[in-house]
Structure formats: structure tokens, C-alpha cells
Design a protein around this ligand. Structure first.
Ligand SMILES: [Zn+2]
Length: 404
């Protein structure tokens, strides 16, 4: 038995904060959560007092691209080197733990990695957050993402979409990922194809997610009954209400758009755009500026419809860490969501979307002891999540950070 104590304990239900709290861990499970004075500590010789820190559930990142080598500055090293890609993945999984992330959903990974990583976990070759994967994404010929080597299965017609779903499941997919839009208000995939993909995923008892940034694709995604809408940048309030009625969750992924916009704006404002970046700015700046403004203006209003929201980060650039969940959550707070509600989106709400709502995402008796300890009071200041002090998975310390 081990007892963790801290000045603040956030349960993860969007509401409950226990002051001078304690969490009891036994055999990888949480067996008690309460105030320190209520919990019998005499018989325990393994008590860790984290002082002014906060204890909360380990974070969940719903939109990750582990092993996405295609945008690395040294990307040529990885071409046709699946072994090296697996080692990159193992390294990034460690980085995710250090950021307080104890569960991830990888929504698009290079061919063949699902098997390697799942088997690597099973055999104890690698450690990292709980690993849920869609294997490779599925799109139509020339559709979003197909310009990236080694990432997307290109298929056409309802039958091929069904076959692609089955193939990803065969390769180890727990979820199915379909990509349907790319920066225009056109849905690249037909309604019949999307219906077939969602239906086939559900027939095989898998949930499915869809890259749908713009309104037409969002409409089609809702109609087809995908379980999560990724990005949903231009989702309207009316669409959010319809998605909510169908139980569809929204993974906003604000940070790639916000951060990308800020980075490009800084370069433009400085008047010194490196030659290598000019083409990137020409291609992306206008869209990213529009997206950033959209999130800033409408996030709060869309969230207030009550649509289920879970945190995802979608980072494929080296300028940000692999799973900057704390930064994404800060943006959610900046754009109008309450701190405890935001923490719920990154813990129990995400767990529920994953179908793990009765095992992780809450500090509650009987739940797996996936626990994050951060410096200072995260219940009143979301930036505290950046100062990771200790991370537990299944009751074992998997990361120890530097205390401030
Ligand atoms: Zn993505």
C-alpha cells in the first residue's frame, strides 16, 4: 500500500476538489480517495507527501501522431526504415509520460507500426502511456493526407472503404480513422463511403474518428455517425447540437492551429522570413489565421451546447513536444472554459469517449492508479499542469520530474 498526499486533489469529474487530500494505491489500483484526516495512515510505511502540489488523474491525449517522421528535419533517415521508426515511437512514448500523459489515442501512424508497438508493450520491450491506435488513416485517392508517404490508405467506393476498415483492424487498429476534408468547404469523401466506413467499424465493434475541419465534412460526419469529430474547426452551434444528440464527441485540437498561426505571424511581423519558410507561409498562413480566430471566437459558445469535448493535440512539428496537453488545456481555459471542466475534458470525459470510463480518468476507488502530480494548485491555475512532478501508471512511478 502507498499513500500520496497533497494540498490539492482534483478528482477529474469536472467538479470535485479535495483540500489536504490523499490517494491510497494498492496493487496498481486506487483504493481510497479522501481528506488526509479521514484516511488511516498508521499502518502504512509508504507515504509520499507532495506538499503544496496537486494530485489529479493522468492526462489523456485523444489526437496524437506517434512516429510521424515525415515532418522531421532529418526525415530522410526514416524512409524505408521501419525499425528506426519504431525506435522513434518508443522515444516519443517516453516523452508523453514526462508530460503527464498516461493514455493516448494514436490517430494515424506509419504502416506496420501498430503491430510493432502493441507487441512491444505486450512483451515489455517499451513503456509509455496506455496505447490505443487507429493504425493508418483511410482516405480517397488524392484525399487529405495522401501526399504524406507511408501514412494513409487510399481507397474509393463504399466496398473499398469497408475493406480498408477490415485491413486496419487486421493490422491492430482499436479505432478507425478517416480523413474527409482539407482546408476547403468541400467534403472529399462521399456520404456513401463515409456511411460504409462508420458502419463497418461499428460492425467490428470499433469506434471511428474523422478528420473533418470544415462545415460540409462535419455535416457528413454527423450523418454517418462517426464517434469523434477531429478538429471541427468550423463547426457551427447547430452542428454541435446535432452532434451532441447523436452522442458524437468533439476533439477541437486548438494548439496546432493557434501555435502555427502565432509562429508564422511572428516571422511575418519581423519582416525576416527565412527562405525555407516562405512556401509554408504562402500555403498555410491565411487558413491558420482563420482557424485561430474561429477557435478564439466560437470555442466557448460551441462548448456551451454541452457537446462532449475531449482533449487532443495533433502535433507533428518539432517546435512543440509530442503531446502538449497542458498547453491545449490552457488555450481551452483562455477561450472561456472553466479549469475543472477543462481538466475533465483531458481526463474522465476523454476516458468515456474511449470506452474506458470505468477504469481510467478519475481518482476514484477501483480505478487504475494512473496519476499525475504537478507543482502548485492546478485547480486555480491551469498552467500548473506544465510543472510535472511525478507520473504513475498502474500505481508505479513512470516519470519523476524536477520540482520547482
Ligand atoms: Zn492529426
Amino acid at each position: 500500500m502507498k499513500i500520496l498526499k497533497a494540498k490539492t486533489v482534483i478528482v477529474g469529474d469536472g467538479d470535485t476538489v479535495i483540500k489536504d487530500g490523499a490517494v491510497v494505491i494498492e496493487k496498481g489500483l486506487i483504493t481510497r480517495v479522501g481528506q488526509q484526516q479521514e484516511i488511516e495512515t498508521d499502518s502504512c510505511d509508504n507515504i509520499v507527501d507532495y506538499g503544496d502540489s496537486t494530485i489529479l488523474p493522468g492526462l489523456i491525449d485523444m489526437h496524437v501522431h506517434i512516429a510521424y517522421w515525415q515532418t522531421k528535419s532529418d526525415k530522410d533517415l526514416y524512409l524505408n526504415q521501419p525499425g528506426l521508426v519504431s525506435l522513434l515511437a518508443a522515444n516519443e512514448l517516453q516523452q508523453a509520460l514526462a508530460l503527464g500523459v498516461t493514455t493516448i489515442r494514436n490517430v494515424g501512424e506509419p504502416q506496420g507500426q501498430a503491430y510493432a508497438l502493441k507487441m512491444g508493450y505486450k512483451k515489455g520491450f517499451i513503456t509509455g502511456p496506455r496505447y490505443i491506435t487507429s493504425a493508418s488513416g483511410i482516405s480517397c485517392t488524392g484525399g487529405h493526407g495522401t501526399q504524406i508517404p507511408d501514412m494513409i490508405m487510399e481507397v474509393n467506393g463504399p466496398y473499398q472503404f469497408r475493406a480498408a476498415v477490415r485491413e486496419q483492424i487486421k493490422k491492430g487498429a482499436d479505432w478507425i480513422k478517416v480523413l474527409a476534408s482539407h482546408r476547403t468547404h468541400m467534403c472529399e469523401i462521399t456520404q456513401q463511403e463515409l456511411n460504409a466506413a462508420a458502419d463497418e467499424a461499428h460492425r467490428w465493434l470499433r469506434k471511428c474518428c474523422i478528420h473533418a475541419g470544415t462545415t460540409t465534412a462535419i455535416d457528413a460526419a454527423i450523418e454517418a455517425g462517426f464517434d469523434t469529430i477531429e478538429h471541427g474547426t468550423f463547426m457551427t452551434v447547430e452542428q454541435a447540437q446535432r452532434a451532441k444528440e447523436k452522442g458524437i464527441a468533439w476533439i477541437p485540437t486548438i494548439i496546432p492551429y493557434w501555435n502555427g498561426y502565432q509562429m508564422m505571424k511572428k516571422m511575418i511581423d519581423s519582416g525576416e522570413i527565412p527562405v525555407a519558410h516562405q512556401a509554408i507561409i504562402d500555403e498555410n498562413y491565411a487558413y491558420f489565421a482563420e482557424c485561430a480566430a474561429r477557435y478564439q471566437q466560437y470555442f466557448k459558445e460551441i462548448a456551451s451546447t454541452g457537446i462532449k469535448i475531449a482533449v487532443g493535440t495533433d502535433i507533428v512539428w518539432e517546435t512543440l513536444p509530442i503531446t502538449p496537453v497542458a498547453d491545449e488545456m490552457k488555450l481551452m481555459v483562455d477561450f472561456g472554459m472553466g479549469i475543472l471542466q477543462t481538466i475533465k475534458c483531458g481526463t474522465s470525459a476523454a476516458a468515456e469517449v474511449l470506452g474506458l470510463g470505468d477504469t481510467v480518468g478519475l481518482l476514484r476507488e477501483g480505478y487504475l492508479a494512473d496519476i499525475l502530480v504537478v507543482d502548485n494548485d492546478a485547480a486555480t491555475n491551469i498552467t500548473a499542469l506544465k510543472n510535472v512532478r511525478e507520473v504513475y501508471r498502474d500505481g508505479e512511478v513512470v516519470y519523476s520530474g524536477v520540482t520547482s
